[in-house]
Design a binder for this molecule. Structure first.
Ligand code: HEC
Ligand SMILES: [Cu+2]
Length: 395
């Protein structure tokens, strides 16, 4: 049977027609040669790959802005380049031999049959040992370096994962907030991670790699932000229906601005003026049962969220929910899903399930489960005015 040959420019290979070449033109890609198709596919794949890796994208690990993420990237790059060298060397030798030792046309003899070569065997056993050792040493060093936070002054934040939002408690500062974690720059932030329901994973691509958030145990991680910024975070563990919409932000400030933020979060916002829309909203918030799940006056008292979580497990219509005491100051809503605007907030209150399918508020809150308690347009307007007025006193 005649052998077919590859046609490569510049290589002395005689071209022979492939068998059944005509049959290929009946394929649906008849305008695109397989070669063009391959190039097109590769280009598209490369483009996708490259856009996903651009360091300035909000969730790219290639643009680290803190020590932990930077160390992790350096380690990744080190291993990546070793892998590239190994790949190029092995594939290079392979391709070289494929061409060099091709069977010549008309040659029907068998090549010399070799079994085993001690020198080779030893070389390719020992070489990988060195390569793996070279990878292991910086890997262990990085893990050890990241295990414990550096000595000295640190800010402690307790992060609690809920289906499908994040709670942030600052036990030493008396602050409780949700979905937006504020931190000072150039300061170690020690994060205690705990879940009140299923396993989540806490991930801020530009500041630190993922750490699991597990019910019944506290995982500790730490991070440092280099500069002021607004960083995207994301739950990185499939945790139920709205898992992909369980996002958050980390906002880093200079120490001075961070202190201002803390001061704002610990000074009660003024009560709405009598007869204002916000005052009606405050009433509506109580009468429509929002208080069952949301605290709106200061930080949640100890045990309150745990009580809600237990209630949920016992089948009651409650669930731990974001603290709304300073909701009007937030930049985002519904766990980092949308920028906070009055329109979005009104849409959320109309039908939370439409904006974030499966969320617990739409499932359980009296205002959505019980047609008799449905919010009227006037209720929604008043609630929007009230919630947006929940802002820290500016100082
Ligand atoms: C059964 C408990 C429950 C009740 C009752 C409830 N909510 Fe919620 N609410 C939640 C949960 C849980 C979330 C978080 C949803 C998510 O992002 O997945 C939430 C989110 C919100 C948010 C967005 C918060 C944020 O951090 O982005 C607002 C605003 C809100 N609720 C307002 C209200 C109002 C107003 C009422 C009363 C009409 C109400 N909620 C009743 C559970 C509840
Ligand atoms: Cu999650």
């Amino acid at each position: 049977m005649p052998r077919t040959r590859l046609t490569l420019k510049g290589v002395d290979l005689r071209e022979r027609p492939l068998p059944n070449r005509d049959s290929r033109s009946t394929m649906s890609f008849n305008k695109l040669s397989p070669r063009r198709l391959a190039i097109l596919t590769l280009t598209a794949a490369l483009l996708l790959l490259v856009t996903a890796c651009l360091p300035d994208r909000p969730q790219s690990t290639f643009g680290p802005e803190g020590k932990i993420a930077r160390d992790q990237l350096h380690l990744f790059q080190f291993i990546f380049w070793i892998a590239v060298i190994v790949f190029v060397a092995v594939e290079g030798v392979l391709v070289y031999f494929i061409f060099k030792y091709r069977r010549k046309a008309g040659d029907t003899t068998l090549p010399p049959q070799i079994h085993g070569n001690n020198r080779l065997e030893i070389a390719w056993t020992i070489l990988p040992v060195f390569i793996l050792a070279a990878i292991a040493i910086p890997t262990y060093r990085t893990i050890a370096d990241h295990k414990d936070p550096p000595e000295g002054d640190a800010l402690k934040v307790e992060v609690i994962g809920h289906q499908w939002w994040w709670e942030f408690r600052y036990p030493d500062l008396g602050v409780v907030t949700a979905n937006e974690m504020h931190i000072p720059i150039n300061k170690t932030v020690v994060v205690d991670l705990e879940s009140q329901d299923v396993i989540h994973s806490f991930w801020i691509p530009k500041l630190a790699g993922k750490t699991d958030v597990v019910p019944g145990r506290i995982n500790v991680m730490w991070l440092v932000a280099d500069k002021e910024g607004n960083y995207y975070g994301q739950c990185a563990e499939l945790c139920g229906l709205a898992h992909a919409q369980m996002r958050f932000r980390v906002i880093s400030h200079t120490q001075e601005n961070f202190d201002k933020w803390v001061k704002g979060q610990t000074t009660a916002p003024p009560q709405p003026a009598a007869n204002s829309a916000a005052a009606r909203g405050a009433q509506t918030f109580v009468t429509k049962g929002c208080l069952a799940c949301h605290t709106i006056s200061g930080p949640d008292a100890p045990g309150v969220q745990e009580g809600r979580a237990q209630g949920f497990e016992q089948g009651r219509a409650v669930f731990p929910a974001p603290n709304l005491a300073y909701f009007g100051d937030r930049g985002t809503m519904a766990a980092g899903l949308f920028d906070l605007t009055e329109d979005r907030l009104a849409k959320w209150l109309q039908d939370p399930d439409e904006l974030k399918p499966g969320n617990r508020m739409a499932e359980l809150a009296q205002a959505y489960a019980d047609p008799g308690s449905k919010l009227s347009d006037a209720d929604i307007e008043a609630l929007v005015a009230y919630l947006m007025s929940r802002q820290a006193v500016k100082n």
